[in-house]
Design a protein around this ligand. Structure first.
Ligand code: ACO
Length: 325
């Protein structure tokens, strides 16, 4: 059976660093609160480099193609996971292809909030496993600063901007995606939502004055759901593949809150030295957190390592992937 392996990873984070100290000047918060509740010390914000998530996504893909010696014309499909597309249409994936010179490949966006990258990775892998495509690029790119309300201390401290990208190719030795669990429950929609700007509440002066174009999150409700569901699917995928904590080289969790990550690792029996973490420097970059972790930890990964990827986000959406590196 042909499997879909990750044969390259890259990322891009904007230059501007927004520290907790700087946020203290904008809203009534403090470094101690932010670090103890979330683990976040700073995050990156897209400013001078250009507008929109496609700018970061294109840079990540450009670096990925260079690094893997992939010619743009050989890419069969590019999927961009994002909740902050440059526009509703055309798709950010189309714009990324144009920016990096990928000519006329299939490309589209996929929206599943913080689980977007996992859903996009599985979608891309299906095209490889079926034998239909040979090179699929999966990008997670989010400019969360474009939908964050910097007068709301309960959300503005959490999010940052960034992009990560991977190349999927067929592998004859069985490396790559081994198993996955993807779930959603739209009954949780109201707990984490950008209410206005879409077809339900198109932009009006009223929606803008009511600040409905920004992220609205009921933190505790989301926390409770996230902490159980992310641990559940991570434990389930280990159980059905007969993996113990010892067998897992790394947990690659969505970076929303260090406390949620710690609880997931504990449930899996995975020691903290085996948990990929970069929330302290990037915050929650939504669809970009997992590829940015893989990019940061790439040097520590060995061929054949067992990785468990796990995410949770708005929707609600959640899931896990068992991957051999
Ligand atoms: N600085 C200082 N105080 C604050 C801040 C802040 N930035 N934010 C909230 N507070 C205050 C609150 O007002 C509250 O004060 P009160 O007790 O006087 O009312 C107090 O701190 C406690 O607030 P809680 O909301 O109970 O704090 P909690 O411990 O739940 O932490 C947090 C909040 C960090 C948001 C947490 O609930 C969380 O991480 N939730 C999950 C987030 C998540 O995983 N999102 C999913 C992914 S995102 C996506 O899909 C796009």
């Amino acid at each position: 059976k042909t499997t879909a392996a990750i044969t390259g990873v890259s990322g891009y984070v904007p230059e501007y660093v927004l520290t907790n100290a700087e946020l203290e000047k904008i809203v009534d918060t403090n470094d101690e609160w932010i670090v103890s509740r979330t683990g976040i010390k700073e995050r990156r914000i897209l400013k001078g480099e250009g507008k929109g998530s496609s700018v970061m996504g294109a840079e990540a893909v450009k670096r990925l193609l260079e690094k893997t010696n992939t010619r743009p014309e050989d890419v069969d499909l590019l999927i961009c996971a994002t909740v902050t597309p440059d526009y509703f249409f055309p798709a950010t994936a189309n714009l990324i292809c144009a920016k990096v010179g990928i000519p006329e490949s299939a490309s589209y966006d996929l929206a599943a909030a913080c689980s977007g990258f996992l859903n996009a990775l599985v979608t891309g892998a299906m095209f490889i496993e079926s034998g239909r495509y040979k090179k699929v690029v999966v990008v997670g790119s989010d400019k969360m600063s474009s939908i964050v309300d910097y007068t709301d201390r309960t959300t503005c401290v959490l999010f940052g901007d960034g992009a990560g990208a991977v190349l999927l190719e067929p592998d004859a030795d069985g490396l790559g995606i081994q198993d996955f669990i993807l779930k959603s429950d739209g009954n949780g929609a109201s707990h984490l939502i950008q209410k206005a700007g879409g077809s339900a509440y198109p932009p009006t002066h009223e929606t803008i004055d009511s600040r409905l174009h920004f992220i609205h999150q009921e933190g505790q409700a989301v926390f409770k759901f996230a902490v159980t569901r992310m641990a559940d699917v991570s434990a389930e995928i280990m159980e059905r593949n007969k993996l113990t904590g010892e067998d897992v080289a790394f947990l690659v969790p969505h970076q929303a809150n260090k406390r949620i990550i710690d609880a997931t690792a504990k449930r899996m029996g995975v020691g903290e030295e085996k948990v990929m973490l970069n929330i302290h420097k990037y915050g929650n970059t939504t669809a970009a957190t997992i590829p940015l972790c893989l990019w940061d930890y790439e040097d520590q990964l060995k061929k054949g390592d067992n990785l468990i990827l796990a995410a949770f986000g708005g929707g609600f959406t959640w899931g896990s992937i068992y991957l051999k590196w």
